[in-house]
Design a protein around this ligand. Structure first.
Ligand SMILES: NC(=O)c1ccc[n+]([C@@H]2O[C@H](COP(=O)([O-])OP(=O)(O)OC[C@H]3O[C@@H](n4cnc5c(N)ncnc54)[C@H](OP(=O)(O)O)[C@@H]3O)[C@@H](O)[C@H]2O)c1
Length: 400
C-alpha cells in the first residue's frame, strides 16, 4: 500500500490524483492533503478520504474547515494552515509518496521539504523546477529518491528514456499543442479576451497553466523543467508544435532512433505512471490505434510567441533569471486575467523584468524566495505603468 500526500488536492491535478487513488484502493491510501482556499471542496475530500492531516492556505480557511469538519463528525482530522501547514503535509511521517500540484511558487517550500525528508515525489508543479530546479534535483540525488514527472511531456520523456542511457540521448523533443492562437495573426493578439485565452483546444487545466499554454510560456517552462530533470543543456531540448497532442514527447538517441509516447490526453495516465513506477499496472485509459489519423508537426513561431524565446534565454542563464521568469509570468498572467493588461503585454512585462535581473545563483530556498519577491515587485511596477499608460490614452468623457 502506497501512502500518499497531495499538495493542491482541490485543483485539477489534485482531483485527478484522487480519481486514480479511487480506482486502485488496493494500492493507494490518502494520508494528508493540502489545499488553498476552496473550503467546500476540501470538506468533501476530507469526508470522503478521512486524511490524518489537512492544510489550507490561510488560518481563516483552516478555521472554517475545522468548524465544518467537527459539525460533520470528522473532528479527528487535524487542520493546519499556511506554508508551515503544507510542509507538515509534505513531510508527514506516514507518507511514502507526495504529489506536488499546488500552482505557482506557493508549492515550492513544501515540495523541497518533501524531497529533503526523503519522500518519493511526483512533480506536477513545474514552477518548482523552473524557480529552484538546481536545488531540488541536487537534494533528490542526495537522498537517492526519484522525482517522477507528472507533466505529460516530461512523463513521456521519462518513459522514452527507458529505451536507452542518458549518454545515448541526442535530443529531447517536447511537443506543444500550440494553444488556441496557433493560427491567429500576431496583429490580433492585443484584442484577445480572457475567455478566448482560457479556451484550450486539447487540455482542461487550471487558469494559470491554460494562459501559459496560450502564450507558449508553458512550453518554455517545460524546456527548463526538462533541462533540470534530465540534466540536459537547453540546446538539446527542442520544441515542436503538434496540434493533435497525440504524441506527448519524443527522445532522439545518438543512433538516430526516435522513441515517442502516445496515449489519451488524460492526466490520470501520467499520474498513475508516477504513482506506480517502476511498475506498470492495467488501466482503462486506452488510446485506440484505429483512431490514429493525422499527426501534424510544425516549427514554433518564436516571433509570434516571444515567451518561448524568453524562456530559452532564461534557461541558458539559469539561477535568478529562471526565478524571475516564473515570478514575472505569474504576475503578468494574473494581471491579464483581471483585465489590467492585454494578452500581448504578458511577454513585455516578463522581458522587462528579465532585463533588470542580474544572473545570480541561489544557494537556498530562502534565496530563491527573495529573488522571487524582487522579480514580482518589478513585474507589478511594470503592470502599473502599462495600466496608467492605457488610462492616459483613454479619451476623457465629456458631458454634453
Ligand atoms: N492541470 C494540468 O493538466 C497540468 C498539467 C501539467 C502540469 N500542471 C501543473 O500542476 C500544477 C497544478 O495545476 P492545476 O491545473 O491542478 O492548477 P489548479 O487547478 O489551479 O489547482 C491549484 C491547486 O493549488 C492550490 N493552491 C493554490 N494556492 C495555494 C496556496 N497558497 N497554498 C496551498 N494550496 C494552494 C489550489 O487550492 P484551492 O483550489 O483550494 O484554492 C488547488 O488545489 C501547476 O503547477 C501546473 O503548471 C498541471
Amino acid at each position: 500500500m502506497k501512502r500518499i500526500a497531495i499538495l493542491g488536492s482541490t485543483g485539477s491535478i489534485g482531483r485527478s490524483t484522487l480519481s486514480v487513488v479511487e480506482a486502485h484502493p488496493e494500492r493507494f491510501s490518502v494520508v494528508a492533503l493540502a489545499a488553498g482556499s476552496n473550503v467546500a471542496a476540501a470538506l468533501e475530500q476530507a469526508k470522503r478520504w478521512r486524511p490524518r492531516l489537512l492544510s489550507m492556505a490561510t488560518s481563516r480557511a483552516a478555521d472554517e474547515l475545522a468548524r465544518k469538519l467537527k459539525g460533520a463528525g470528522c473532528g479527528d482530522i487535524e487542520v493546519v494552515h499556511g506554508s508551515a501547514g503544507a510542509i507538515r503535509v509534505a513531510t508527514h511521517p506516514e507518507v511514502d509518496f507526495v504529489v506536488s500540484a499546488i500552482v505557482g511558487v506557493a508549492g515550492l517550500e513544501a515540495t523541497y521539504e518533501a524531497v529533503r525528508a526523503g519522500k518519493s515525489v511526483g512533480l506536477a508543479n513545474k514552477e518548482c523546477l523552473v524557480a529552484a530546479g538546481e536545488l531540488i534535483t541536487a537534494e533528490a540525488k542526495k537522498h537517492g529518491k526519484p522525482l517522477l514527472p507528472i507533466d505529460s511531456e516530461h512523463n513521456a520523456v521519462h518513459q522514452c528514456m527507458r529505451g536507452g542511457r542518458l549518454e545515448e540521448v541526442q535530443s529531447v523533443w517536447l511537443t506543444a499543442s500550440g494553444g488556441p492562437f496557433l493560427d491567429t495573426p500576431a496583429s490580433e493578439f492585443s484584442r484577445i479576451t480572457v475567455e478566448e485565452a482560457l479556451n484550450h483546444p486539447t487540455w482542461k487545466m487550471g487558469q494559470r497553466i491554460t494562459i501559459d499554454s496560450a502564450t507558449l510560456m508553458n512550453k518554455g517552462f517545460e524546456v527548463i523543467e526538462a533541462c533540470r530533470l534530465f540534466g540536459l543543456a537547453p540546446s538539446r531540448v527542442k520544441v515542436i508544435v503538434h496540434p493533435q497532442s497525440t504524441i506527448h514527447s519524443l527522445v532522439e538517441f545518438v543512433d538516430g532512433s526516435l522513441l515517442a509516447q502516445l496515449s489519451v490526453t488524460d492526466m490520470r495516465l501520467p499520474i498513475l505512471y508516477a504513482l506506480t513506477w517502476p511498475e506498470r499496472i492495467p488501466s482503462g485509459l486506452r488510446y485506440s490505434v484505429n483512431d490514429l489519423r493525422h499527426l501534424d508537426f510544425r516549427q514554433p513561431d518564436m516571433q509570434k510567441f516571444p515567451c518561448l524565446a524568453l524562456a530559452y534565454e532564461a534557461a541558458e542563464a539559469g539561477g535568478a533569471r529562471t526565478v524571475a521568469l516564473n515570478a514575472a509570468d505569474e504576475v503578468a498572467v494574473a494581471a491579464f486575467l483581471e483585465g489590467s493588461i492585454g494578452f500581448d503585454e504578458i511577454p513585455r512585462v516578463i522581458r522587462d523584468v528579465l532585463k533588470e535581473t542580474d544572473v545570480r545563483h541561489p544557494e537556498s530556498i530562502k534565496q530563491v524566495l527573495a529573488m522571487d519577491s524582487e522579480a514580482r515587485q518589478l513585474a507589478r511596477e511594470r503592470v502599473e505603468q502599462l495600466k496608467s499608460r492605457k488610462a492616459g490614452t483613454r479619451r476623457p468623457v465629456v458631458a454634453k
